[in-house]
Write a protein that binds this ligand. Structure first.
Ligand SMILES: O=c1[nH]c(=O)c2[nH]c(=O)[nH]c2[nH]1
Length: 298
């Protein structure tokens, strides 16, 4: 029996970069979390400890900071691709780079010059937004080029009606009562795979997000699975640059509270929001002409 080295990669996880652009007294901020993972000719470092092919993870951290200064950070997909290409193109032993970025949103705190006066000329105060986290995973491979997956997580949504669940299998352990009217709530994690390397990731993101929200709100739901499929479908129908959507959606159960002991009825007005356990609904929706995913989801 021989023992061999299997697939491997190494990098710096979660380099937090905050880039400030100073436009006179008005500042703009970009708050991101960058993780890079490189692979290639890494037999020696694993087998003998020879670091001759290893670009240190510390250097990868520094590169994220230096690139933020040099190139700025606009769309996270573009920044991730810039970094991934840099590692593969500048270091012969590195043949593949995976760069993952999360982006956290900040809103402005509008500050005025005083009561009844206009906005202060300098605007540099921000409040962390309650919005979702934007994500991307970019792979750049020496032989196969780039794959780009965009996405979001922590997008919490709720329909207070328009959701039913009945007609399911019942066995000797089933106690769930069928319902024609329940709360449907979930925290959406969605990732969508781009067909190529197009140029407008900002617009693509905003419209994919909007499609997810509209489909969630507009689908009269017979199950969260059905809603998930409709949400993926809506993104694919509106964003032609996208060929596959993967979603993970916990069913955030809301149970009707029994108010009868207090002599009160409860026509879907008072709910107990349970945090666990939760149903976990996961699925992928794709176009039938979607190119092979390659390493996009790795
Ligand atoms: O939308 C739902 N899908 C399920 O598969 C399921 N199972 C369950 O108990 N409740 C629900 N709701």
């Amino acid at each position: 029996m021989a023992i061999v080295l299997g697939p491997n990669r190494y990098g710096k996880a979660e380099t937090r970069v905050v880039r400030v652009v100073r436009d006179g007294g008005t500042h703009h901020i970009k708050d991101i979390n960058v993780s890079s993972a490189l692979s290639g000719d890494m037999e020696d470092v694993h087998l003998t400890g020879d670091n001759g092919n290893v670009l240190p993870t510390d250097t990868q951290k520094n590169t994220a900071y230096a690139f933020a200064k040099k190139y700025g950070v606009d769309q996270i997909e573009d920044f991730a691709l810039l970094l991934a290409r840099h590692y593969v193109d500048s270091q012969a032993p590195i043949r593949h780079a995976r760069v993952e970025i999360e982006e956290y949103f900040w809103d402005r705190i509008p500050v005025s010059d005083g009561p009844h006066l206009g906005l202060r000329e300098e605007q540099y105060s921000f409040v962390r937004s309650g919005r979702e986290v934007r994500t991307c995973v970019v792979h750049y491979d020496q032989d196969e080029g780039a794959t780009i997956v965009s996405g979001l997580k922590n997008l919490v949504v709720l329909n207070s009606t328009g959701s039913e669940f009945h007609g399911y299998v019942e066995d000797e352990f089933t106690t769930l009562k069928p319902t024609n009217d329940r709360i449907l709530a979930t925290e959406v994690s969605a990732q969508w795979r781009h067909r190529g390397e197009h140029g407008s990731f900002g617009r693509s993101y905003n419209e994919a997000r909007q499609s997810l929200l509209e489909a969630f709100a507009e689908t009269h739901s017979l199950s969260l699975q059905q809603t998930l499929y409709q949400m993926g479908r809506r993104v694919l129908n509106t964003r032609k640059e996208v060929c596959e959507v993967r979603m993970v959606m916990p069913n955030k159960h809301h149970f009707l509270v029994d108010l009868e002991p207090f002599g009160m009825d409860n026509p879907n007005e008072v709910f107990f929001a349970a945090d666990r356990p939760y149903g976990l609904i996961e699925g992928s929706v794709l176009t039938d002409d979607a190119p092979a995913a390659g390493f996009a989801w790795n």
